[in-house]
Each structure stands twice: as C-alpha cells, then as structure tokens.
Design a protein around this ligand. Structure first.
Ligand SMILES: [Fe+2]
Length: 353
C-alpha cells in the first residue's frame, strides 16, 4: 500500500476526527464543488484533502468563510500555503504581544501565514469566500502525535516573522536568489495579490512553459506559478512527493503514470487539484484556446534522500523525458485533442532516433 493511502497515521486519525469530509484520490476535479461541512475548529466550513501524492509530507484542505464572517484565530506548528478560489477578505497576523498587521486577499491571491503566528481570516465580501490550503501538517502530526502541542504551543519563530512592517509587501524581495535548475528568480514574498496577473517573464522554459518560483513566508515549503501557452504541452517529468497543483485558467489533461505504471488521464479545468506521487512521471497538456496557468504549492528541496532533477533529460541522469523519447501515442493523442477543439498544435516536430 502506498504511503498516501495509510489511514492509521496520527495525521490521518486527526483528520478523520475533525468532523468534516475527508477527500482522497489522485486529484480533485473541482475544489469549488467539494462539499464542505461545519468545521468547529475554525467556525467556518471545510473539507480535508489527502491525495495520493501527499505521501505523509503534505495534505490540503478547503475552507469556506460565510459572507461577513470571521474565523477563529489559529496558530499551528505546520506550514500553510493558501490559494484563494473565490471571494475576498483580509487576514490579521500577530505574534504573542506583537502588533497586528493585516493583508487583503481576493480570488487568485496566494498567501502564506508565518509558522506558528496567530492569524484570523475574515470574509469582507457578500458571497462565500473559499480557499485551498496546502499544509505540511502530516510531518508534524506524525512526529509529535499530539494535536494540542501542534495548535497550542507558544513559541515565536522570529527568524521567520518578527513583526516586519513590509512582511506582506507583495512587491518585496522578488529577486533574492535564482532557483535550482532554472535561471528564474525566486519570489521571496508572503502575499501575491493576484496570481492571474503575475508576470511570469518573457522567455518560456522549454516549449510553451513560463514559470516563477515561490518561497512564501520563509517556509521550508515552496511553490511556483506556471503557464502553458496555447497548443503546447510540458515534457513528462517526476519529482519528490507533496506537490499540489491548482489550475487557475485554461483546460486540458494530465497523463499520470501511477505507482503501478498505469497511464491515467486526469482532465482539468480552473479549480482542479492534482498531486502526482513521488517517482511517478506526469505530463500536462493544454487543450484550451487560452493559456493554462497553475499554482503549485509543494515541498522545497529535500535536504536528504533522493534529489530529483525534473528539468534534466533522464538520459543525462535527470527526471524529464524529452519529446523525442516519449511514448509513441502521446503526440498523436494531443494533436487529435487539439483538432477536436479547432486549435493548432504549436509543438516542434520531433525526430525520433
Ligand atoms: Fe511536476
């Protein structure tokens, strides 16, 4: 049994005891349509999402905040990275004895609450607001096995947040370092007000893909925003577990070669969530007449264990399959999908050896 399907881990026992739905699988078709129920811990509504690709590192949840409602203040010893699916609101942040700051958000915002800092979300709109959060709670629960410790420990990680007035400045520290395996900068921010509007740069990475890397709230988790141009698809690749991809725009499908080596097709649209398990190749295809953008909320580079190189040809020791090496029917299926949609294929011709 794969790690992601264990239901007796301390994290999963906690999740099952929260009194809200627990959603499982490789993907969620529509995060906006996931049924949510009253979540006493937050005084909002929620559902926990434990996907196959989380594998004891990351999980997710959706939370819905009723119009004009304010959730219960929370702090916790796991990291949390949020993408706002609909609505608008604001979040107050504070450390024990510290000054309160607030950050406004809306549909399309990406945000992280600093580790163990108090935070309180408020819906400032007239419609329900809904966000998805990707959390590394499984690691923390499975080590400490005590929810009271996870949610009620008074410790300030001042190396992460020390009341800095510009902490939630969306324009701050965007070019602090260059990401591994790419010449792209890492945006070291805590809030991206609108991931739909983020400029991902002029030069695609590979065919049709533009990407910026994210390091939110000085987390050990990481992320990126990426976009596939019309008529293009990404090379198949594999990497460490825990990545959760939320589609913002466009439509398409993903091939996922699962733990048994079976090729699964997962169709996606705005609001879909996919989490590929470790070592499982996956490949994203845009079949819509508009660019397809996603936000990935995921682990950072592991300090131990296998270090994948999903940007490097597998023939050179990496974890990416070049177009000329992919399965014979991959290109043909994509071209047929585009033909059905009345779109031109913009992929370069491949010369098979
Ligand atoms: Fe990936």
């Amino acid at each position: 049994m794969a790690n992601g399907t264990r239901k007796d881990s301390p994290f999963e026992l906690w999740a099952e005891g929260e009194g809200i739905p627990v959603v499982r699988g490789y993907a969620v078709e529509d995060l906006l349509a996931v049924p949510v129920e009253t979540w006493k811990r937050k005084e909002g509504k929620g559902a926990i999402i434990i996907l196959q690709g989380g594998q004891g590192f990351n999980a997710a949840y959706v939370c819905e905040i009723p119009p004009a409602a304010t959730l219960t203040p929370q702090r916790h010893l796991f990291e949390e990275q949020i993408y706002v699916l609909k609505g608008k609101g604001e979040t107050e942040f504070w450390s024990d004895g510290g000054r309160r700051q607030s950050a406004a958000w809306q549909r399309g915002s990406v945000m992280a609450t600093p580790l163990n800092v108090w935070h309180q979300h408020r819906n400032t709109g007239s419609e329900p607001a809904r966000y998805v959060a990707v959390i590394n709670a499984p690691i923390v629960f499975n080590v400490f096995r005590n929810p009271d410790f996870v949610f009620n420990t008074a410790f300030s990680f001042t190396d992460r947040y020390n009341g800095e007035a510009d902490y939630f400045d969306p324009e701050g520290k965007r070019d602090e370092e260059i990401g591994v395996g790419t010449d792209r900068p890492v945006w070291k921010v805590s809030l991206i007000p609108d991931a739909y509007a983020s400029n991902l740069g002029e030069t695609p990475m590979g065919t049709g893909m533009s990407i910026v890397q994210l390091n939110l709230a000085r987390n050990s988790m990481a992320g990126h925003i990426a976009e596939l141009e019309v008529g293009t698809y990404k090379k198949a690749h594999r990497h460490n577990p825990g990545a959760h991809i939320v589609w913002l725009s466009g439509r398409g499908y993903t091939f996922l070669w699962n733990e048994q080596g079976e090729r699964m097709r997962i169709d996606w649209k705005p609001g879909s969530l996919i989490s590929p398990p470790e070592n499982c190749y996956h490949q994203h295809f845009n079949t819509s007449p508009e660019p397809a953008r996603h936000v990935a909320l995921r682990r950072g580079l592991p300090h131990v264990g296998r270090r994948y190189k999903p940007w490097l040809d597998v023939k050179q020791g990496g974890d990416q399959i070049e177009y000329e090496d992919e399965e014979l029917d991959v290109r043909a299926i994509y071209e047929e999908e585009l033909r059905k949609a009345g779109l031109q294929c913009r992929m370069p011709a491949v010369a098979r050896k």
